[in-house]
Design a protein. Structure first.
Length: 140
């Protein structure tokens, strides 16, 4: 399915609803997040509907990440950002609220600038057992 009539990002990609577009070509689109966490917070999407990063075809994925890289570079050069976070949430459990693949490109200015990604350590993991399990599936 290229266009999901219930999807807000499909509507943005097809100009059914307005957004603040900063770049587009035939495959991908970048627009400003309507609820930015920092100044310049941008979303990159494929124009066609793919639910998440996990189901996006590789050629489209490459175009989306290429654009995210360029936007990150511009955020540093043009907005004076000191760093950039790239984030793509896959599925509700990971915080995805809109099921159309998107990459957040979040310019960072300082540690307490509105965006925080907290990584707490998970204790008592048997790393070799876990690695064996993952390797088996990856190499199938
Ligand atoms: P996620 O929670 O990863 O699915 O991110 C969805 C993002 O889309 C949020 O950061 C929202 O602020 C943003 N968003 C939702 N609706 C719009 C819209 N109409 N225009 C621009 N950004 C939007
Ligand atoms: Zn969509």
């Amino acid at each position: 399915m290229d266009f999901d009539t219930n999807c807000i990002f499909c509507k943005i990609a097809n100009k059914v609803i307005p957004s603040t577009i900063i770049y587009e070509d035939e495959d991908v689109l970048a627009f400003l997040d309507v609820n930015p966490v920092t100044y310049g917070h941008t979303l990159v999407i494929p124009k066609k509907h793919y639910e998440s990063f996990l189901s996006c075809p590789k050629d489209v994925l490459h175009k989306a990440f290429d654009l995210a890289q360029r936007i990150g570079q511009v955020q540093i050069k043009q907005l004076g950002a000191k760093g950039v976070n790239i984030l793509t949430n896959c599925f509700e459990a990971a915080g995805q609220s809109i099921p159309h693949f998107h990459i957040h490109v979040i310019p960072r200015y300082e540690a307490n600038d509105g965006f925080k990604l907290e990584m707490k350590e998970l204790k008592n993991v048997n790393l070799p057992v876990l690695a064996a399990e993952l390797k088996e599936s990856l190499n199938k």
